[in-house]
Design a protein around this ligand. Structure first.
Ligand code: ADP
Ligand code: ZN
Length: 736
């Protein structure tokens, strides 16, 4: 060991847990913690982040290498973000280099300079404003798209490219004198209170006023950490609360981070935010281009963007002037990353709020049981919006017992009658079925065989219109052949997916305009927005969709919601299956009867007396959550226990199990109080040709669980069996 004052510890994004020590050339200043440096690594060079200035190193002097270029004069990752990320690396047992680089936009990871000038943008000229796109030749569609998009605001070339406008089309428009380069935006002063009053604010309801007063009274003076649960039924005006809270932060010159679920970040929401807050907004999500992400990130980094809105990974946004964090629909599963660095953005948001010393608001109509319990225990302060806005009131919920009523393609007679009534009244209908495609099975009545995926323990789904059968687990696809491969008899499609229900409805209600909202119907770029806009503007009468329906859309003319199959989640093996079902049903039900039209919800089930459904008929999430928490406590599941889930997969069944057996042995050798459960095969053992198994650590306290994961990782990482399987450890797993 040698002691020096010219050492830096650098985290490099490689699959090894630790950071590496390097020398700084004699006479050079130490690059600050949080700045990017180029370092020799293996035979090449990498960009890493300085995490420490260690006083000593274990590396032998002759093996110490010297860093290359220093890319930042001031840290790219500030002290708080650095500390939060290092905490996350430890908590989720993920390599710190990978975690730090995960937090950076791609262009910074590649070494771009933070102060690189922003991308120039295009705007319409005075002449360009007079052009009617209807007069353009049909062949000039890209030019027409560009002209339309630029009517709203100036756009960067990459933003236009994201709208399918190529550089050649822009060059043609410029040559005609219709568009020109916009002046680059002036660098904004660091932080100053926002000017101008937000526009078009509705008058608050007494409930909303109560919530805001409670918040103002209970938050610490100016800053100060405090966690809130905003529990408000769907349509109770939660979003309006967020807008008011954001406005207050803007007025005080502070930043707000607003996290929304994957599909919650619709153009409607962005429009609503832009209307109120103008260009204070920076949007970060997976659909923006690298260039846009880079620019948005930098505006947050400099404090120019005082409202940062984004999906999961936006939790890593720099917030030099933070005042508030909001997590909308905090129960949403998309906040948990399910591969690689398996973090929960909601939980990290709470950690960041603590370190930033600012309040955090977790909002939902159906809070996760974790958050609900935190509020019960008094760790989070609960704010409640118990009523809906407008005169519509709570929708009436009706159960249709499928044991008593005939149904065709998942549509029972009472439901079909209700659909007819609502359509006649000029209202819209929303139908929820968590199963896309035409039919979930292709069955041979003669030899009783069902078409199976060759690579998964799963049935192939019939996609009649595309003329294929497809596996929804691995994506495998074959031509649809109605003749049985075994006996040659004619096969039948069994059960109904969204496509089939859509076709059946087309026959039942020939005049109705029917649209589908699922992954198949929205895979094309822009298709999702198109469907949502059609529903919003009343160009659709019946919308049938999957899980995608449940996410925060505000459709004012929907008065009937049908849940076609409530039984899908009633008997799941996962401890969270009831929670998810309750959330899904209440979220879809919440789409019924907003604004001033009374709503009705029809739930179809074979188990009408199931206690879960009884709670939901009353629309009472609190009653459900209280019941579910008792069950969780009795079974010692989260939030009353903490879990780490090991999963392994391999082409050979033995290899997956052999690894997990070693994990079990290593864990048991530690003689800790943590329970080790398994290994056991996953419910669907084979997926994509791989056998999958899992093992669970369960502990009443967190500390021993993390200690055991650390020690077990040390013991098994180098083993030969660890190389024969792909494996992962997931802390606080969502699905078990
Ligand atoms: P949530 O987020 O709880 O589902 P929203 O904030 O979207 O509810 O509000 C539901 C609807 O009520 C929206 O159309 C919204 O514009 C409207 N709204 C919210 N607050 C008010 C208010 N105080 N007065 C009138 N309309 C309101
Ligand atoms: Zn498959």
């Amino acid at each position: 060991m040698s002691s020096r004052r010219n050492l830096v510890r650098v985290a490099v994004p490689v699959p090894l847990a630790d950071a590496f020590d390097y020398l700084v050339a004699a006479g050079d200043a130490l690059p600050p913690v949080g700045s990017r440096v180029r370092v020799p690594f293996g035979r090449g060079e990498r960009i890493g982040l300085v995490v420490e200035h260690p006083a000593t190193t274990d590396v032998a002097p002759e093996r110490l290498k010297t860093i290359g270029a220093v890319l930042d004069a001031t840290p790219t990752l500030g002290a708080e973000l650095m500390a939060s990320l290092r905490w996350a690396a430890e908590y989720y047992h993920h390599p710190v280099g990978a975690v730090l680089s995960h937090a950076l936009p791609g262009l910074l990871r590649e070494g771009r300079a933070i102060d690189e000038p922003p991308e120039p943008s295009w705007q319409l000229t005075a002449l360009g404003r007079t052009i009617d796109v209807a007069d353009l030749p049909r062949t000039a569609r890209q030019q027409a798209r560009a002209l339309l998009a630029l009517r709203e605001r100036a756009l960067a070339a990459s933003e236009l490219e994201a709208r399918d406008v190529a550089a050649t089309a822009l060059a043609r428009l410029a040559a005609k004198g219709w568009i020109e380069r916009a002046a680059p935006p002036l660098p904004q002063p660091a932080i100053e209170p926002a000017r101008g009053q937000p526009s078009r604010e509705p008058e608050l309801t007494p409930d909303q006023r109560g919530v805001l007063e409670d918040f103002a009274r209970t938050r610490s003076a100016a800053k100060g950490f405090r966690a809130y649960l905003l529990h408000g039924v769907t349509g109770s005006g939660k979003t309006e609360i967020y807008l008011r809270l954001i406005a207050a932060e803007l007025a005080a010159g502070r930043q707000t981070l607003l996290l929304v679920p994957e599909i919650g970040l619709t153009p409607q929401l962005v429009r609503r935010l832009r209307e109120r807050f103008g260009e204070e907004l920076a949007v970060l999500h997976s659909a923006v281009t690298e260039r846009q992400r880079f620019d948005a990130w930098r505006r947050a980094y400099r404090g120019d963007a005082r409202l940062v809105v984004g999906t999961r990974s936006a939790v890593f946004a720099p917030l030099p002037a933070a005042g508030l964090i909001i997590v909308d629909e905090e129960h949403d599963a998309s906040y948990k990353q399910q591969t690689g660095f398996r973090y929960s953005a909601r939980d990290l948001a709470v950690v960041r709020a603590q370190r930033l010393d600012v309040p955090i608001v977790l909002g939902s109509a159906t809070p996760s049981l974790e958050t609900f319990n935190n509020a019960l225990q008094g760790r989070y302060r609960k704010l409640t919006l118990p009523r809906r806005i407008g005169s519509a009131g709570t929708p009436r919920v009706r159960i249709v017992d499928l044991n008593l009523h005939a149904s065709r393609q998942a549509l029972s007679t009472p439901l079909v009658a209700a659909i007819g009534q609502h359509l006649v009244a000029g209202c819209q209908v929303l139908l929820f079925l968590n199963r896309r495609g035409f039919a979930p099975a292709l069955f041979c009545p003669s030899c009783k065989s069902t078409e199976q995926c060759r690579r998964c323990d799963a049935r192939m789904t019939v996609h009649a219109r595309a003329g294929v059968v497809r596996c929804h687990h691995c994506g495998a696809e074959r031509a649809l052949d109605w003749a049985c491969g075994t006996c040659g008899a004619e096969r039948i499609a069994v059960g109904a997916g969204t496509q089939r229900v859509g076709e059946e409805l087309g026959m039942l209600c020939p005049a109705a305009r029917i649209a589908r909202l699922d992954r198949d119907s929205t895979s094309r770029k822009g298709a999702l927005d198109a469907v949502l806009t059609d529903v919003e503007t009343g160009n659709v009468d019946i919308l049938i969709g999957t899980q995608m329906l449940t996410k925060g859309h505000d459709f004012p003319r929907v008065t009937l919601v049908g849940v076609l199959n409530a039984d899908q989640g009633l008997f799941g093996t996962d401890p969270r299956s009831h929670e998810r079902l309750a959330q899904t049903i209440l979220q879809v039900a919440g789409r019924a009867g907003r604004a001033d039209l009374p709503g009705e919800v029809v739930i179809q089930t074979h188990h009408k007396d199931h206690p879960l459904l009884t709670c939901l008929v009353d629309g009472d999430y609190t009653a459900f959550a209280t019941l579910a928490l008792t069950e969780r406590r009795d079974a010692a599941w989260p939030p009353f226990a903490h879990l780490a889930l090991w999963q392994a997969e391999a082409s050979r069944r033995d290899s997956a199990f052999a690894f997990l057996e070693q994990v079990r042995l290593a864990a048991e050798a530690e003689r800790s109080k943590v329970a080790v459960l398994g290994p056991a095969p996953l419910a669907m053992e084979r997926k994509g040709g791989k056998y999958r198994a899992q093992l669970l650590f369960r502990s009443a306290e967190r500390a021993p669980l993390h200690r055991l994961v650390d020690r077990t990782l040390l013991a098994v990482r180098g083993l030969r069996v660890a190389r024969r399987a792909r494996w992962s450890v997931d802390i606080d797993p969502l699905e078990i």
